[in-house]
Design a protein around this ligand. Structure first.
Ligand code: AMP
Length: 282
């Protein structure tokens, strides 16, 4: 694996591959890697000649300074893991390489209601920062395909909208959520859970799984109310549990309204904010 910190070095390397008609798959991450991230790399390896992974903890998408400061950073272990799955290139740019003085990286795109609901409501500005960095990193790598996880369902929906608005030819590939054996969605933030909350956090995926079984028996509103109650244990603070159309991300009143219904939730488990989702109907 080759490590680059500078854009021009990365581009020198990739330009020669591209002129040899090699396909480039790109997996952007914020590091603290786990098997969920590695599943994206494996998928990209299957489909491309060269896989580029980036590790960059993007300050512009954190609306909470403590969250940014406490975000786990495990570079040495990440490098080992990336090497073990055959990653070809690792891009680890410093902040000034991603946002150099004099380069306007802001994006004038309109995500409409996609960015106002759920994460958009509880993390103001998050998606503007996320789209800004994904666009910037994509411009640095200029891949053929971009691999992102269903784990961040609203994020990938917004990236899809961004690529459409930019008339990009990049193929966006959504990879399924990797879970621990007990069902907890893998997340870099899980290492910050207390052992007790880590056990309790299983409740999030269990609630989503039960919600899926209730589709034929209850209305979305009833499922949502039941789920918020289920997740409202003293150790947790559920922020939202929404049942949305998987394309528009707008809440549905009746399961017959869509053939792609997704339940999305965010829960504070102590000081750690966890998100998860499940397709209820597709
Ligand atoms: P992050 O480092 O959290 O920004 O995540 C980088 C990429 O990995 C994003 O596209 C995430 O959706 C994806 N990802 C994170 N957790 C998982 C998981 N448990 N399963 C699959 N993909 C994931």
């Amino acid at each position: 694996m080759i490590l680059f910190k500078k854009e021009y070095q990365l581009q020198n390397y990739l330009t020669s591959l591209k002129s040899d008609k090699k396909s480039i798959g790109f997996v952007p991450t914020m590091g603290a890697l786990h098997d969920g991230h590695l599943s994206l790399i494996r998928k990209a390896k299957e489909e491309n000649d060269c896989v580029v992974c980036s590790i960059f903890v993007n300050p512009t998408q954190f609306n909470n300074a403590t969250d940014l400061e406490k975000y786990p950073r495990t570079a040495a272990k990440d490098i080992e893991l990336l090497t073990s799955v055959g990653t070809d290139v690792l891009l680890m740019p410093p902040v000034e390489e991603v946002y150099p003085k004099g380069l306007d990286t802001t994006l004038e795109l309109d995500f409409g209601e996609l960015a106002n609901v759920m994460e958009g409501e509880f993390r103001p500005g998050h998606f503007d920062g996320m789209a800004q960095v994904v666009n910037r990193l994509v411009n640095m790598v200029q891949p053929h395909s971009l691999y992102m996880g269903q784990k961040d369902f609203q994020q990938i929906t917004i990236v899809r909208s961004m690529l459409t608005q930019l008339e990009s030819k990049i193929k966006l590939v959504m990879c399924p959520i990797k879970r621990e054996e007990n069902g907890l969605a893998m997340s870099s933030r899980n290492v910050r859970l207390t052992p007790e909350n880590r056990n309790l956090a299983v409740k999030i995926s269990q609630t989503l799984t039960t919600a899926k079984k209730l589709v034929d028996k209850k209305t979305p509103k009833e499922v949502k109310e039941w789920a918020m109650q289920e997740l409202g244990i003293p150790e947790f603070k559920p922020e939202y549990f929404e049942i949305v159309d998987g394309i528009s991300l707008q809440s549905i009143d009746d399961f017959s309204e869509t053939n792609f219904a997704v339940a999305c939730t965010a829960v504070w488990a102590g000081e750690v904010r966890l998100i998860d989702n499940m397709v209820l109907k597709s």
